[in-house]
Design a protein around this ligand. Structure first.
Ligand code: HAM
Length: 422
């Protein structure tokens, strides 16, 4: 039952303990793995000029057409809360002349994205992505690097049983031929397509391949495959990528129907899905976007990246892993005001030494302080009263196995910190 006057907005949620520990673990692992692949963090604003997204994601996509949080600011400019990270990173790359630095330039980012979608399980209006973008190499080796890094990250956080799907959607050389083939395939059944697909027919027929409407799925059976229309260079690139993935032991399936919902892609596209999620089963997705830097006014610069959806990853981890909550190493229970004051000094000293220490409230009974220590799953508990202060010695108890012992009060810090190092 919720209470209070206010609620978070629909499709937006608070991320709190205990789940936040899972989030932090994923972020930590991601930073470690990205560092070993030479990806550096980049933080772009959460809001951009609306045209940054229209120009990159594409005018006829669901995101731009229906899902953007677009506002006028007080200066009358149209601004949009970022629905994804790639467009902002490309804007930043071009604006700051990062193409002048040695290639490839490799970046990662973490943060909230906003899409005004119909909220449902695994789909939010504010959701978090961790993403990477690598600029300046058109080699399939970098495609393999990006996909392998994603595979390492997912297995590193404990996720198995995921499906990697890859595809190539060609380049500006082979795309027109494929579009032609699609147009003639769908020409006869145009009137039976859904309203969206009829529009897609003239604007971007590739997206008919991605439609979720049952009738359209039926109609597109036997549609031309993009893989049969790749030019020699694209075919070679894709073939080499598949060989590299095999060499790296990454299990994948080729899915020629995977065209992705953003218009900037060229050549390689990929998606990672899980059978343990419902309809929104993509945990990560990405691909090449070799034309976008140029489109944004930069030099011809091939690029590739991916983004993973944090909420979906966390949900999967909660289904499969048991998480231990972090717990204080030390709990000091105190009897009487004098001991209470001494406790303040001791925990302050321990905390300065990097130890998570908690202090009981001397105005509460010892029993209720011990209950709190128990609830927190504290490691060692010390009970300090007038007698202990008088003698300078204090007993400790390990809650996990009830082991006990005694130390000098003045030696608690060394006892704990050296004990940790031992
Ligand atoms: P995307 O496929 O739109 O790609 O999103 C990537 C991932 O973000 C999805 O696979 C999903 O896990 C998560 N996601 C997307 N929308 C939502 C939502 N409403 N609620 C929860 N999770 C969601 C991109 O965003 C590209 N920028 C990826 C990329 C980077 N391509 C190249 N570089």
């Amino acid at each position: 039952m919720s209470s209070g006057l206010y609620k978070a907005l629909k499709g937006m949620k608070d991320i709190m303990p205990p789940d936040i520990h899972i989030w932090q673990d994923i972020e930590k692992k991601a930073r470690e793995i990205f560092a070993s692949y030479g990806y550096l963090e980049i933080r772009t604003p959460a809001v951009e000029s609306t045209s940054v997204f229209i120009r990159s994601i594409g005018e006829d996509t669901d995101i731009v057409e229906k899902e953007m949080y677009t506002f006028q600011d007080k200066g009358g400019r149209s601004i949009t809360l970022r629905p994804e990270g790639t467009a902002s990173v490309v804007r930043c790359y071009v604006e700051n002349n990062l193409h002048g630095l040695p290639s490839p330039q490799k970046f990662y980012y973490m943060g909230p994205m906003f899409r005004y979608e119909r909220p449902q399980s695994g789909r939010f209006r504010q959701f978090y992505q961790i993403g990477v973008e690598a600029f300046g190499s058109s080699r399939p080796e970098i495609d393999a690097e990006v996909i392998s890094m994603l595979a390492h990250l997912l297995s590193g956080i404990g996720l198995q049983e995921l499906h990697f799907q890859v595809n190539s959607i060609g380049c500006e050389k082979c795309r027109p031929g494929f579009k032609e083939a699609l147009l003639s395939f769908f020409e006869g059944s145009f009137d039976e397509l859904c309203v969206d697909c009829r529009r897609r027919y003239s604007q971007n027929p590739l997206r008919i391949l991605d439609c979720k409407v049952g009738r359209c799925i039926e109609i597109r059976k036997g549609a031309p495959s993009v893989l049969d229309h790749l030019c020699i260079d694209c075919r070679d690139h894709f073939q080499k990528l598949l060989e590299l993935l095999e060499m790296l032991g990454i299990r994948y399936t080729v899915n020629p129907e995977m065209v992705r919902g953003l218009d900037y892609y060229t050549r390689t596209t990929f998606e990672v899905t899980s059978e343990n999620l419902g309809a929104q089963n993509a945990v990560a997705a990405g691909g090449r976007y070799d034309r976008l830097v140029k489109e944004f006014g930069g030099p011809e610069t091939p690029a590739i990246g991916f983004a993973l959806g944090m909420e979906r990853i966390v949900e999967l981890l909660k289904m499969t892993l048991k998480y231990d909550l972090p717990a204080p190493e030390v709990f000091i229970a105190v009897i009487g005001e004098r001991a209470g004051r001494e406790g303040v000094r001791i925990v302050d000293d321990l905390r300065a030494g990097g130890v998570w220490a908690e202090l009981g409230d001397w105005t509460s009974s010892l029993k209720s302080q011990m209950r709190r220590a128990d609830r927190l799953s504290a490691g060692l508990v010390f009970v300090i009263g007038d007698d202990e202060i008088q003698s300078g010695h204090v007993k400790w108890k390990k809650l996990a196995d009830a082991a006990t012992g005694e130390v000098r009060i003045s030696g608690i810090r060394d006892f704990i910190i050296e004990g940790k190092q031992a």
